[in-house]
Design a protein around this ligand. Structure first.
Ligand code: BDR
Ligand code: CA
Length: 307
């Protein structure tokens, strides 16, 4: 199985991504690093501990950055609810507490301990990875691959007309990561994640009643928000798709392009600009997901969750 670090701002969809990773036999989750994003660092960490406890596994949870590199936090309570996971586990008082250490250091140490073996799956603003790269640029040579949920290359944004949330909230971090020289850096953006919906029917096919009712309850308001805004029926699987791509890359089709992120525009901050026709003449730095087999995702999801 693959050695994986998850980096999360848990988040309704992050939580489902964590469930998927922890249940997958193909993944050996070395640790979960948390970061400010949808909710505060503290809230994201508590939510992560709750999910770890719900699954009943023992995996380190390490706190990372409490704010973006230079910007102020931008929370998404409208989508993820007051606590960040739709209130589904509000009465749970988890025994699981965060482990010692700082997220970016955990990322660095894990990569250096297992050279060439660690896959990073990032489903949050890229602050922790940017800090890790700044502190230890050599990690780019020793990491196996980085897969992140973020950005959008052809479709529209979900915070501003052009920007996706994880890019918009810390574009300076994204810029550092895009230009760090990772040998394999995969953008799983809104172009594909918007197409992957977990419907109520799909939730009914989850055999474990605890997980089924957790997912239904935590996504209730989240689904409602997406219905109001986009007329989407079902829970959009942004972050779980990034995890799924790490399990089985054939779920998506990708192409290599030069991609940069805007950091100094009133209108377009956080926009991911993909140079489809190589107008800039720069070498490709990212694998961009362009197509997704949403049915294959659902099949994989049920296989993993019901295993
Ligand atoms: C991303 O933004 C967050 O709100 C979600 O958790 C996901 O990581 C989608 O744009
Ligand atoms: Ca997220």
């Amino acid at each position: 199985s693959k050695k994986v670090i998850l980096d999360v701002d848990t988040g309704v969809d992050d939580a489902i991504g964590i469930l998927l990773a922890l249940k997958s036999r193909q993944m050996d989750v070395l640790g979960i690093t948390t970061v400010n994003g949808n909710v505060s660092l503290e809230a994201a960490t508590v939510n992560t501990c709750k999910i770890v406890e719900l699954v009943g596994v023992d995996v380190p949870v390490i706190m990372g950055a409490s704010s973006p590199l230079i910007r102020t936090p931008y929370f998404e309570h409208r989508i993820h609810g007051e606590d960040g996971i739709g209130g589904a586990l509000k009465d749970m008082n988890p025994q699981k507490k965060p482990d010692e250490g700082f997220g970016p250091d955990f990322i660095i140490n894990s990569i250096l301990s297992f050279p060439g073996e660690v896959t990073l799956v990032m489903t949050a603003p890229l602050t922790n990875l940017a800090l890790a790269v700044k502190k230890c640029p050599e990690i780019t040579r020793f990491v196996k691959e980085v897969i992140f949920m973020g950005g959008v290359v052809k479709d529209f944004g979900n915070v501003t007309p052009t920007a996706e949330y994880n890019m918009y909230t810390d574009p300076e971090a994204a810029k550092i990561v895009f230009h760090a020289g990772f040998p394999s850096l995969t953008l799983v953006g809104l172009d594909v994640t918007r197409k992957v919906l977990l419907t109520e029917e799909h939730m009914d096919a989850i055999q474990n009643p605890v997980l089924a009712s957790y997912i239904k309850e935590s996504t209730k308001d989240y689904r409602q928000r997406y219905f109001e805004r986009n007329h989407i029926h079902g829970a959009v699987m942004h972050d779980p798709l990034a995890v799924a791509v790490a399990i089985d890359t054939n779920i998506v089709s990708k192409k290599k392009y030069y991609v940069d992120v805007e950091t100094s525009s009133e209108l377009c901050d956080g926009q991911t600009v993909c140079d489809f026709q190589n107008r800039l003449g720069k070498p490709a730095n990212l694998d961009v997901c362009l197509e997704v087999d949403d049915k294959a995702f659902i099949t994989l999801f049920h296989e993993v969750i019901n295993s």
